[in-house]
Design a protein around this ligand. Structure first.
Ligand code: TYM
Length: 338
């Protein structure tokens, strides 16, 4: 029997999950679940690196689980669990801390960006700095082969690989599987802000006009896409060119991914048309897509019993696997077994 390769990925339960998160991550998670053995995680511990109101975090965790289900991620075929329910993540994270260098973490782009952003509220905590190590522990605990993520996470996958290779070279070649990234092949690895297509669309953006939230209604979608930045090419050309036409390329990317129509096809369809035609099509298709998504979401979100069952089963299944790796590591590094 062919053994399926293992996939691991996670998302922070920090509200405002965007069409960028969907296209860069959740859509891929769905598409690969037939081919791989997939483990999908709600990274609640990662979200603590920014102060979270307790009642809102609590609610967001269940919301995120219902979002997974509404994206047709099947809890019977995959393991879905909450990071803090599997203590092996933080245990391995501590061990990996001791195999990671300060200089390596200092070079993380996301850390540098976040400290600029957080300077105002003075919460540049050590969790924010250590964040990629917890992420490495998440991935390495499950002997993961593939990690589907958006482009912003590539550097974090690289450091997870580096730590794993370093550990293997000290204790023996095959202790950790070396993970590889999977990136959306259809130009969706980084969906950009609507008003500034040079900047990533981000959940934490304080200007909601920059993002399409998965819970936006038709009016919001219409207003935001109509305001999205394009360019002043004369005559207008609807082609994918990320450098010279970032706004149009972003809209093409969104449309292509939510309709499963290739960018090449869309360029042909929109040849000779004006930007407003493209926007109309993006609006129409986003409204259809999000309406269907939201209907499914509310059905799952109301079913507390189903959500609780998934959480309990998921953490049991994940713990079984996590314990195997962690026991092995503890033995190897010389910790005393009872
Ligand atoms: P998070 O919660 O910021 O984002 C979740 C996923 O969404 C992708 N993403 C995007 N993709 C395309 N365009 C965008 N504009 C966009 N914005 C976000 C992210 O790349 C990510 O795949 N550290 C992670 C969560 C995490 C994790 C892990 C991921 C914790 N442990 C282990 C993989 C493996 C994060 O904060 O993702």
């Amino acid at each position: 029997m062919l053994i399926k390769k293992t996939v691991f990925s996670a998302i922070q339960p920090t509200g405002n999950i965007t069409i960028g998160n969907y296209i860069g991550a959740l859509q891929q998670w769905n598409q690969i679940q037939k081919k791989y053995f997939c483990i999908y995680c709600i990274a609640d511990l990662h979200s603590l690196t920014i102060y979270q109101k307790p009642n809102i975090l609590n609610k967001n965790i269940l919301d995120t689980l219902a979002i997974f289900l509404a994206c047709d991620i099947d809890p019977n075929k995959n393991i879905i669990f909450i990071q803090s329910h599997v203590p092996q993540h933080t245990q391995l994270s501590w061990i990996l801390n001791c195999f990671t260098y300060f200089g390596e973490l200092k070079r993380m782009i996301q850390f540098k960006e976040k400290i600029l952003f957080l300077k105002k509220n003075n919460n540049i905590n050590i969790g924010l700095f250590n964040y990629p190590i917890l992420m490495a522990a998440d991935i390495l605990l499950y002997q993961t082969n593939k990690v589907p993520v958006g482009k912003d996470q590539i550097q974090h996958i690289e450091i997870a690989r580096k730590i794993a290779i370093r550990f293997n070279s000290i204790y023996g070649k095959n202790i950790f599987t070396i993970p590889e990234k999977i990136i959306n092949p259809n130009k969706g690895s980084c969906i950009m802000s609507l008003l500034n297509p040079f900047k990533k669309m981000s959940k934490s953006d304080s200007n909601s006009n920059n993002i399409i939230n998965l819970f936006d209604n038709n009016d919001m979608i219409t207003k935001k896409i109509n305001n999205a930045v394009t360019d002043s090419d004369i005559p207008p050309r609807i082609i994918y060119d990320k450098i010279n036409k970032p706004g149009i390329s972003n809209l093409l990317s969104i449309l292509s991914n939510i309709t499963n129509n290739s960018i090449k096809n869309l360029e042909r369809e929109f040849k000779g048309k004006i930007y407003n035609d493209l926007k109309k099509s993006v609006i129409k298709n986003l409204c259809i897509f999000l309406h269907t998504f939201q209907k499914k979401y509310y059905k799952y979100r109301e079913n507390k019993k189903l959500l609780n069952n998934i959480i309990v089963n998921g953490s049991n299944q994940a713990q079984k696997l996590a314990k195997i790796t962690l026991n092995n590591i503890n033995n190897l590094i010389g910790l005393y077994n009872k």
